[in-house]
Design a protein around this ligand. Structure first.
Ligand SMILES: Nc1ncnc2c1ncn2[C@@H]1O[C@H](COP(=O)(O)OP(=O)(O)OP(=O)(O)O)[C@@H](O)[C@H]1O
Ligand SMILES: [Mg+2]
Length: 206
């Protein structure tokens, strides 16, 4: 399965969720390739600090990914693509490469508007490739806030499935990234449990 994390908006959690999805899938024994398709190279930078290698990370910020994806993916069970913010040509190529486009959104109105732009790009690509799936996931949710609940209603208007399993605002994500690790090292933490449930839900989408 090819999962692409994409949002034209910066800083919404594309890299964080890409790394955690790759780590969780490889922890389940799947052969995983993480493609860093962002010219900023954040996933690659993380992998340079990584404690132990359990999946492959390559950098490929090129708008030709969709032409090369079959070759890149051939030795892997799953591919995770960490997309860039803003660069539309690259985003189009990534969408065409994907089985599922996952759009992380933070609980704020600005993020809902930005997600709409990315949803439009997916809809354009679905004209050529209708089998591409798309979903939204709420990231950095602060529990029991009205905005956290309202954002779900606002996102419903985009007519794209919103995953039931949100990811909370948790300092463990930033802390673990700093050491080339993931929150999955603390198996019983809230952050790890959220990631596990999120990946379970993603896999059920296929
Ligand atoms: N659920 C979370 N809880 C706390 N911090 C988070 C969470 N998700 C992401 N962050 C932090 O937010 C910042 C931005 O996240 P990230 O780099 O994953 O976003 P991005 O969409 O990849 O950004 P860019 O568009 O620049 O590539 C990082 O410092 C990351 O550690
Ligand atoms: Mg990123």
């Amino acid at each position: 399965m090819i999962y692409a994390f994409l949002n034209q908006k910066g800083g919404v959690g594309k890299t964080t969720l890409s790394i955690h999805t790759a780590a969780e899938l490889s922890g389940r024994g799947r052969r995983v390739l993480l493609i860093d398709a962002d010219p900023q190279g954040s996933s690659l930078a993380w992998s340079n600090y990584r404690e132990k290698a359990n999946f492959t990370v390559v950098g490929m910020p090129k708008a030709t990914i969709h032409k090369e994806i079959d070759l890149l993916a051939q030795d892997y069970d799953d591919v995770v693509i960490d997309g860039p913010p803003r660069v539309t040509e690259l985003a189009r190529s990534i969408i065409l490469s994907a089985d599922i486009v996952v759009i992380p959104v933070q609980p704020s109105p600005m993020d809902v508007w930005a997600a709409a732009e990315t949803v439009d790009l997916v809809r354009e690509a679905q004209v050529y490739k209708p089998e591409i799936k798309c979903c939204l996931v709420i990231n950095r949710k602060i529990t029991n806030t009205a905005i956290g609940r309202d954002v779900r209603d606002a996102l419903a208007e985009l007519e794209v499935p919103v995953l039931k399993n949100d990811i909370g605002q948790r300092v463990a994500f930033a802390e673990s990234a700093a050491s080339g690790s993931t929150v999955l090292n603390q198996k019983l933490s809230k952050a790890a449990r959220e990631i596990i449930k999120f990946v379970n839900e993603l896999r059920r989408l296929k």
